[in-house]
Design a protein around this ligand. Structure first.
Ligand SMILES: NC(=O)c1ccc[n+]([C@@H]2O[C@H](COP(=O)([O-])OP(=O)(O)OC[C@H]3O[C@@H](n4cnc5c(N)ncnc54)[C@H](O)[C@@H]3O)[C@@H](O)[C@H]2O)c1
Ligand SMILES: O=c1ccn([C@@H]2O[C@H](COP(=O)(O)OP(=O)(O)O[C@H]3O[C@H](CO)[C@@H](O)[C@H](O)[C@H]3O)[C@@H](O)[C@H]2O)c(=O)[nH]1
Length: 438
């Protein structure tokens, strides 16, 4: 059992703190957000993350997990301190390290000799060195800084923590690395011990590579659409090659979330600073921007103008099983619809409101009276919806599926017009074709 402090109770801080407590450590999580901490102290989990709330509550009951706004209290006696604050993007796309710097400067007032500082936040290569110099400028204490990037995915965060593909430990000091090994000793996850800069680069490179895979399959899907192929079959066939792998080959309306968009931009900036332009990754980002507009382009082609159209937007979260709408393709789609003077109304099973668009938790309600529907998130409540519902609730059922939730053959003999990604459109029953335009 180690005494651990976690700074930041966002997605990463809360999951890390809760899971470390479950491994038997005594963990105190600290945040500057008083409302968040007070709610956490009352046992309310602020994130919609499967399994997190009960795990957090049982650790609170067992006294292994605590929350505070008082840094001194969290750090007192702590042998290891995880930094899990945000690293949002600056205007130029580079990573904003001000939260990390601020956390380190505050920490310098309280750390004990020999404390291990562990950087969990996603930071540009070279940050470990910066953290050391920020601390040295303010404290005479001895300390070690280890880079330990986090690879969890929202929606499957607990599974990713307990059964991840790897634990990367970047350290210049073998004893510090060994101490972190002890913290994770109950996990069977493969370890990679490396230097701090390589550890930091592993995180950026992994996200950039996955984003590239998504933009690649989205490009193939556009060509398939033009030539008449089926992207789902193509992705399946590609994924059967173990060198390629089947994951992250789902074509759709692009990647969103709090990581891929920001981390790809940050890596492009890192590369720029080394005078080596990362053209490939810049294009990955351009392809993603275009992809986010795909359903709008299809609807414009279909209707000419979207002015006055009532649109049912199905799904707001950037992916299923989370309530996170950061950089969600659904949000940019809604904003674009509004620019085009359409009237979107959204459904999401967990996101209950957003400031700029009406949201309903009834899928039937948003479909009723809609001119067409657009699927943005592949929630099971959306993918499993019977096609009868579209036929019976909509004026004339027209569906733009941005996540390929349905197969085109599901629509055979149906009174539904179906447009998806990287596959041919299904125009609905013959008699409907007469009323196809406007
Ligand atoms: N969200 C993910 O799925 C994920 C996965 C892997 C890595 N990451 C990385 O982890 C980091 C954190 O991500 P997140 O999504 O949890 O961020 P977040 O923005 O949701 O949460 C950060 C938290 O840190 C708190 N904070 C800021 N400064 C503080 C300070 N000085 N002292 C105490 N608390 C402070 C904020 O109040 C906030 O609650 C980022 O670098 C991100 O790129 C995120
Ligand atoms: O084949 C795919 C896979 C994903 N996506 C989209 O890509 C985005 C990101 O999805 P995912 O990676 O599953 O979720 P995140 O929670 O953002 O996780 C990513 O970002 C985290 C933060 O850095 C990392 O820790 C994870 O390893 C990395 O997968 C979402 O909008 C998905 O819809 C696709 O369009 N097609």
């Amino acid at each position: 059992m180690k005494k651990i402090a976690v700074i930041g109770t966002g997605y990463v801080g809360l999951v890390t703190g809760t899971c470390l407590a479950s491994l038997g450590h005594k963990v105190t999580c600290v945040d500057i957000d008083e409302k968040r901490i007070s709610s956490l102290q009352d046992g309310h989990c602020p994130l919609h993350e499967p399994g997190l709330s009960p795990l957090m509550q049982s650790n609170l009951l067992e006294n292994r997990l605590q929350f505070t706004t008082v840094l001194e209290e969290a750090v007192q006696g702590a042998e290891a301190i995880f930094i899990a604050v945000g690293t949002p993007e600056n205007k130029d796309g580079s990573a904003d390290l001000s939260y990390v710097k601020n956390a380190i400067e505050n920490l310098s007032l309280y750390i004990n000799d020999g404390t291990l500082i562990i950087i969990k936040s996603t930071v540009p290569p070279g940050t470990n060195q910066k953290v050391r110099s920020w601390m040295q400028a303010r404290s005479e204490r001895t300390f070690h800084v280890v880079s330990n990037p986090e690879f969890l995915r929202e929606g499957s965060a607990l599974n990713d923590f307990f059964y991840g593909d790897r634990i990367v430990i970047g350290s210049t000091d073998s004893k510090a690395g060994q101490f972190l090994e002890e913290i994770y000793s109950k996990l069977k996850t493969p370890r990679l011990l490396t230097d701090p800069l390589s550890a930091e680069m592993i995180k950026y490179a992994s996200n950039a590579f996955l984003a590239t895979k998504i933009s690649f399959i989205n490009e193939i899907s556009s060509i398939c659409e033009k030539l008449g192929g089926d992207i789902e079959q193509v992705a399946q066939g590609m994924g059967m090659d173990s060198r390629i792998g089947e994951q992250f080959l789902r074509a759709g309306i692009g990647f969103g979330g709090s990581c891929f968009p920001k981390d790809t931009k940050a890596l492009v900036q890192v590369a720029k600073e080394t005078a080596h332009p990362f053209n490939l990754l810049s294009t990955v980002m351009d392809v993603n921007e275009r992809q986010k507009n795909l359903l709008i382009e299809k609807a414009l082609k279909r209707y000419g103008s979207l002015k006055g159209k009532n649109v049912a937007v199905l799904g707001l979260a950037f992916k299923p099983n989370t309530d996170d709408i950061r950089e969600s393709p659904a949000v940019s789609l809604i904003q674009r619809l509004q620019q085009l003077e359409a009237n979107p109304t959204a459904y999401d099973p967990v996101v209950k409101s957003i400031p700029f668009c009406p949201v309903s938790d009834s899928i039937h309600e948003v479909l009723t009276g809609a001119d067409f529907a657009m699927i943005c998130t592949e929630w099971s409540s959306i993918c499993d919806l019977s096609l009868d519902v579209y036929e019976t609730t909509m004026k004339r059922a027209v569906l733009f599926d941005g996540r390929n939730c349905y197969a085109p053959e599901d629509f055979e003999g149906r009174n539904i017009e179906y447009h998806s990604v990287g596959r041919q459109a299904y125009e609905g029953l013959r008699e409907n074709k007469k009323t196809h335009k406007h």
